[in-house]
Write a protein that binds this ligand. Structure first.
Ligand code: ZN
Ligand code: ZN
Length: 307
């Protein structure tokens, strides 16, 4: 008798929610890293599955091991694979500790791996692409934590100048008249680990077309655990779905305590028919594969999926 092969694990979850790809792994307590390639950002880096490496920015939601342990490897591999220095954005309250962790690696390896750590205050934002900002919102978890929103800043002509000829507008601009205002359009919001809090009701969340949300607990008798660990329970998500207008809500941070079959079953029972089509589970590989194959089919034969 031959010994069994080790189980296959670490399969990367994937959803195509046009125009965004959502790819990563997220299992509560084990690892969470979710990358949106079109926006140049990954939320957390619990371990560092290969598709996360190409993210120029890692937005850390908080310092729990399963969200941050892949960071030194991310920095190191980015350089090794000649992808340029990586950048980590994190809550200002933990930036010193993250920096100290990287300092430990410098001592251990006797070499300096380039790493860029940007502290951010709740409410603060940094630019990650032209006109695209990463905004931090205070979250409520057992340690300092942030939710994030990626927000497009789009300049729009002020109402009173609509219809004014271009030449006149140019003149006004040269003379220093403000002719535009900035629309702030949320693109993707990510809860990180959090209990229900005010940030989840801000326009960055209510108006985002895509929300990545943790939902760690599903069973009725796990409500206490959710509140002690300051996590979201399916009961919270039912409420949040009423205020989030998102076309797509991606559940992450599911726990192995509850099987996927149980999770699917509870979602079917708890979430209204009208809302079910909005819900995706990042780690439901089978459902997501079938969905993607259907998307490919709808695009017509001969269309090759991009890498
Ligand atoms: Zn977590
Ligand atoms: Zn946590």
């Amino acid at each position: 008798m031959l010994p069994r092969r080790p189980p296959r694990s670490g399969q990367v979850g994937f959803l195509y929610l046009p125009p965004y790809r959502v790819q990563g792994i997220s299992v509560a307590g084990e690892q969470t890293a979710v990358h949106i390639p079109e926006l140049d950002v990954a939320f957390d880096v619990g371990l560092c599955p290969r598709p996360i490496l190409s993210a120029p920015y890692i937005a850390l939601t908080h310092g729990h091991m399963d969200h941050v342990a892949g960071l030194p490897y991310y920095f190191s591999q980015r350089v090794f694979q000649k992808m340029g220095e990586g950048t980590c954005v994190c809550h200002e309250a933990i930036a010193g500790d993250v920096q100290a962790m990287m300092g430990g690696w410098v001592d251990l390896e006797k070499q300096h791996t380039p790493h860029n750590i940007i502290p951010i205050k709740p409410g603060g934002e940094i630019q990650i692409k032209p006109n695209i900002m990463l905004k931090a919102l205070e979250a409520s978890h057992t340690v300092p934590a942030l939710s994030y929103a990626v927000v497009e800043h789009r300049k729009k002509l002020l109402e009173r100048f609509v219809g004014v000829p271009q030449s006149e507008l140019r003149e006004l601009r040269i003379n220093g008249t403000e002719i535009t205002h900035t629309l702030k359009i949320p693109l993707v919001a990510c809860t990180g680990d959090t209990e229900v809090g005010g940030q989840l009701f801000e326009p960055e969340f209510t108006n985002a077309p895509v929300v990545l949300t943790e939902c760690t607990f599903f069973e009725n008798d796990h409500k206490k655990r959710a509140s002690v660990g300051k996590h979201l329970h399916i009961d919270d998500l039912v409420e949040l779905l009423r205020v989030w207008k998102a076309e797509h809500v991606v559940i992450t941070h599911t726990s192995r305590r509850t099987t996927l079959d149980q999770i699917r079953d509870i979602i079917q029972k708890r979430i209204s028919c009208d809302d079910l089509h909005r819900i995706h589970i990042l780690m439901d590989h089978r459902t997501n594969r079938i969905r993607y194959e259907k998307q490919l089919e709808e695009m017509g034969e001969g269309v090759v999926a991009f890498e």
